[in-house]
Design a protein around this ligand. Structure first.
Ligand SMILES: Cc1cc2nc3c(=O)[nH]c(=O)nc-3n(C[C@H](O)[C@H](O)[C@H](O)COP(=O)(O)O)c2cc1C
Length: 366
């Protein structure tokens, strides 16, 4: 039976039937002017509605969770109303869409945060730079959260989840990957706390699991997913025992019966930086009983291959969905693919925001 499964096979994700196993990976595009979603964003996501599931770009749960200019939020009534036009547009075309809930933690800067220092589990700076309204800056040492502030951030995730429901999303994905706040708590390179949120693996995983629990009090758990990146080295992320740390978390996540876990493979930069877990999927597949979305550098044949071997249940595509709004239709007939242009991945000041966003041709239009 399993040999007949491919990217085009429908799949039941909890209570939701997905039309195929091609997921659009979450991608920041920085076109939410003033952090409010726009009609252009509704058009962009609706163009990609033939994906089995769309996961939105990472979305701020509070003004202080911001790492980027013109990143959308989900904490104000204006933002909730504006997201509704996105979910309506995707649903009108028969698509399904989850919102990615995000806190950037130490990947922030006072220039983006009204003069406030970014917060993190510990006062340890991420490596790298950020674009701010006052130019490119090196990441600074963040302020370590007090223990009693942590529950407030969990509350913001809960409220963000509620707001996403009010905006008409089909579910939410927690951004637990790529060196942002949830990941910063999990890995000991960024978490040197001595309270119940630091030290042992159990303590470092506590924040992640408490956020999952809070969000699952808002949504049925089969409408909640989480993205993890055990081999990501970006922003100076590291853990002294990644296999043990992520094994603990993934085993614990079984208890929630989530929609899915979304696991990122290392990219070339990660592989060049140090000896990371590779492949991620075969390391963790045996530990998890629910659906797994695998991600990172897949093309059609590699995607089909991983489904046939039953190592994953769905495959997410990032850059290919940027350049090919109708990626499933193109895969179906082995049509030529448009190439993504990295120069327009992120919206810039004084740039035509449609450029490299909604103007990639689909087969029907060309
Ligand atoms: C422009 C761009 C923005 C991204 N923004 C996010 C994001 O907001 N949240 C996230 O979890 N991953 C983000 N990613 C990572 C993608 O979701 C995906 O993991 C990565 O592109 C690898 O998949 P691919 O090789 O199919 O592109 C981003 C990637 C790109 C190219």
């Amino acid at each position: 039976m399993s040999s007949t499964i491919n990217l085009f096979s429908p799949i039941q994700m909890g209570s939701q039937a997905l039309q195929n196993r091609m997921v659009m990976a979450p991608m920041t595009r920085l076109r939410a002017v003033g952090s409010i979603p726009t009609p252009l964003m509704a058009e962009y996501y609706a163009q990609r509605a033939s994906a089995g599931l769309i996961i939105t770009e990472c979305t701020m749960i509070s003004p202080l969770s911001n790492g980027y200019i013109n990143c959308p939020g989900i904490y104000s009534p204006e933002q909730v109303t504006a997201w509704q036009q996105v979910t309506d547009a995707v649903h009108a075309k028969g698509g399904k869409i989850f919102l990615q809930l995000w806190h950037s933690g130490r990947v922030g800067h006072p220039f983006l945060l009204d003069g406030e220092l970014p917060v993190a589990p510990s006062a340890i700076a991420a490596t790298g730079t950020l674009h701010t309204p006052r130019g490119k800056v090196t990441l600074e040492t963040p302020r370590a959260l007090e223990t009693d502030e942590i529950s407030q951030i969990i509350e913001q995730f809960r409220q963000g989840a509620k707001n996403a429901m009010n905006a008409g999303f089909d579910g939410v994905e927690l951004h637990g990957a790529f060196g942002y706040l949830i990941d910063q708590f999990l890995q000991d390179g960024s978490n040197q706390r001595t309270d119940k949120y630091g030290g042992s693996i159990e303590n470092r995983a506590r924040f992640l699991l408490e956020v999952v629990e809070a969000v699952c009090q808002v949504w049925e758990s089969d409408r909640v997913g989480i993205k993890l990146s055990p081999s990501n080295t970006f922003y100076g992320m590291q853990d002294s025992q990644p296999q043990a740390t992520f094994s603990y978390v993934i085993k614990k996540l079984n208890l929630f019966q989530l929609a899915y876990i979304h696991l990122m493979e290392p990219n070339e930069q990660d592989l060049a930086t140090r000896d990371v877990l590779n492949p991620v999927i075969s390391t963790f597949r045996p530990l998890y009983q629910g659906l797994i979305i695998t991600n990172g550098g897949y093309n059609k044949s590699q995607g089909n291959q991983i489904l046939v071997t039953n190592e994953a249940d769905l495959v997410s595509f990032g850059k290919l969905f940027i350049a090919n709004p109708d990626l499933p239709e193109r895969f179906a007939i082995d049509a030529e693919l448009n190439s993504p242009n990295p120069a327009t991945f992120y919206g810039m000041k004084d740039q035509n925001l449609e450029n490299g966003y909604t103007d990639y041709p689909s087969l029907k239009a060309s």
